[in-house]
Design a protein around this ligand. Structure first.
Ligand code: SF4
Length: 498
């Protein structure tokens, strides 16, 4: 009988995409996605080590599964991802009912380890120290018919003192541009309209190519090459690092019509002292200069950020410097975090860890300031016509409000009344006029001005997903991109519609 599986994902987009690979591997091995995740024969946890208390949460979840496992020894539990890479056989010591532990470097081993655990009737713990198979060469079970993740690199060569990623994901490994483009083209050929290029530090892309091909402008070339992929309407990327964010990337964003006017640029702190102690090599002046250069070339770019409050030794003066940079930056959105120790990171051993109430109070001041800015930036959208890629599952109140939800080219979330158009599906493209703004979303209740049915919409309606054909490593160079296809209106680097 076919065994069913479910994958529970924690953490960042990288993990979300890795989970698509895990699901693809399992389906290739004959497993079927469980209709009801609570009765799956195999439960895979794809864990994150960045969030606070990640380990307590994992052991709590594993504890909940224990009665099921005791009642049905045939059921299997696998734990992968960053926390598995970090905790290794601690997991099977603390939760001996777990069948498989695998790391970030050997995702491909999951079906074999499950089989071996069943056959040998003992837990299998296998953690590799270096990447064995680039995850993008593995089959994928894509979640979306209209948007896809494409990994361009894994690992990171930076040493930010608060971050566990370099320890768990290793040094940066870049995929060859030909492989990345082949995957992007395969997705677009399957009707996918939007891709997000993924890496821990996307604009360092190219530094891992062998010496004779190392290319500092590899990322901007990749963006431009994506501009030539037929049928691809939106290109996004995450995350860049201010250190490597060069003028050629800004020019490529501005001059490639399907690269969206959206930038996520992690600030982390506005204090140069704190940035130094975080081992972030840029300073606030450089950060603000990048933002002004981006806005000079792409005037309506929506720029978001990450900020950590209460890093060890952060003074009130340091924190005020962050507030100043935030006020000047006019972020559309900020993901704000309260610093807390992550065992295994250099910052965990720094002196002057701040009391919780100090961190909380600063955090609340920062959130209040940013909410005001986000709201004011969103109010500036009122009256603008925007093009939306209709999404699924993003508007939790859509049922009650009879609205649908989509993302504008600049990434803003828009809830809209579908009046004036019938049969709008996720993956279709509509244009609407914004008539209301809240800090975290926009509303368009004036009806739909245009509705374009797409192949992605057909696929979403039929419940099919892109094949996500695996691609191989090793094709050198970019080659000459095919001639640019006619771009859908409005082109996303053209700001006039906002
Ligand atoms: S750039 Fe810094 S924060 Fe980002 S993954 Fe690398 S070490 Fe972590």
């Amino acid at each position: 009988m076919t065994r069913s599986y479910t994958v529970r994902t924690y953490g960042c987009q990288m993990n979300v995409h890795d989970s698509e690979r895990m699901a693809g591997l399992l389906e290739d091995a004959g497993y079927a996605r469980a209709q009801d995740p609570d009765t799956a024969d195999v439960v895979v946890f794809n864990t994150c080590a960045v969030r606070e208390n990640a380990d307590n949460k994992l052991y709590g979840n594993l504890g909940h599964l224990r009665p099921r496992k005791d009642a049905n020894p045939d059921m299997q539990i696998a734990v992968g991802g960053c926390l598995a890479q970090k905790d290794r056989d601690t997991i099977t010591r603390r939760a001996p009912w777990v069948d498989v532990v695998f790391g970030t470097h050997n995702v491909h081993a999951l079906p074999t380890l499950l089989e071996r655990a069943r056959h040998n009737e003992t837990a299998q713990v296998e953690i590799a120290e270096a990447l064995e198979v680039f995850p993008s060469t593995l089959p994928a079970r894509r979640e979306s018919a209209y948007a896809g993740w494409v990994s361009i690199s894994v690992g990171c060569n930076n040493t930010c003192t608060f971050c566990i990623v370099p320890a768990l994901r290793g040094k940066e490994r870049d995929r060859r541009p030909g492989d990345v483009l082949a995957e992007v083209q395969a997705l677009a050929a399957d009707g996918v309209l939007e891709v997000t290029l993924l890496g821990q530090n996307v604009n360092a892309y190219g530094s891992d190519f062998s010496d004779d091909t190392a290319d500092k402008s590899a990322f901007s070339k990749l963006l431009r090459a994506c501009g030539g992929v037929e049928g691809l309407e939106r290109v996004r990327f995450t995350s860049p690092h201010p250190r490597d964010f060069t003028a050629d990337v800004i020019a490529a964003m501005a001059e490639t019509p399907n690269v969206c006017p959206q930038l996520h640029m992690p600030l982390q702190s506005g204090s140069d002292d704190v940035l130094r102690r975080m081992r972030r090599s840029y300073r606030s002046e450089r950060f603000l200069k990048i933002l002004s250069d981006v806005r000079a070339s792409i005037p309506h770019a929506a720029i978001s950020t990450d900020i950590i409050v209460g890093f060890p030794g952060e003074t009130e003066e340091d924190f005020r410097a962050t507030l100043d940079v935030v006020a000047e930056s006019r972020f559309s959105q900020a993901f704000t975090f309260q610093y807390s120790k992550r065992p295994g990171t250099p910052a965990a051993d720094l002196p002057d860890q701040l009391p919780k109430q100090v961190v909380q109070e600063r955090y609340e001041r920062l959130v209040a300031l940013q909410e005001e800015i986000s709201w004011s930036e969103n109010r500036a959208q009122i009256g603008r016509e925007v093009e939306l890629l209709v999404s699924t599952g993003e508007g939790r109140k859509d049922g009650a409000t009879r609205r649908l939800t989509g993302r504008a080219r600049d990434g803003r979330l828009v809830h809209f009344a579908p009046d004036g158009a019938a049969g709008i599906r996720p993956g279709d493209v509509v244009t609407v006029e914004i008539d209301h703004a809240a800090p975290h979303h926009l509303v368009a209740d004036g009806g739909v001005r245009t509705h374009r049915r797409t192949r992605a919409g057909d696929a979403a309606e039929a419940g099919t997903r892109p094949a996500g054909a695996p691609t191989t490593l090793g094709l050198p160079g970019f080659g000459t991109p095919p001639p640019a296809p006619p771009q859908p209106e409005p082109a996303c680097a053209v700001p006039s519609e906002r």
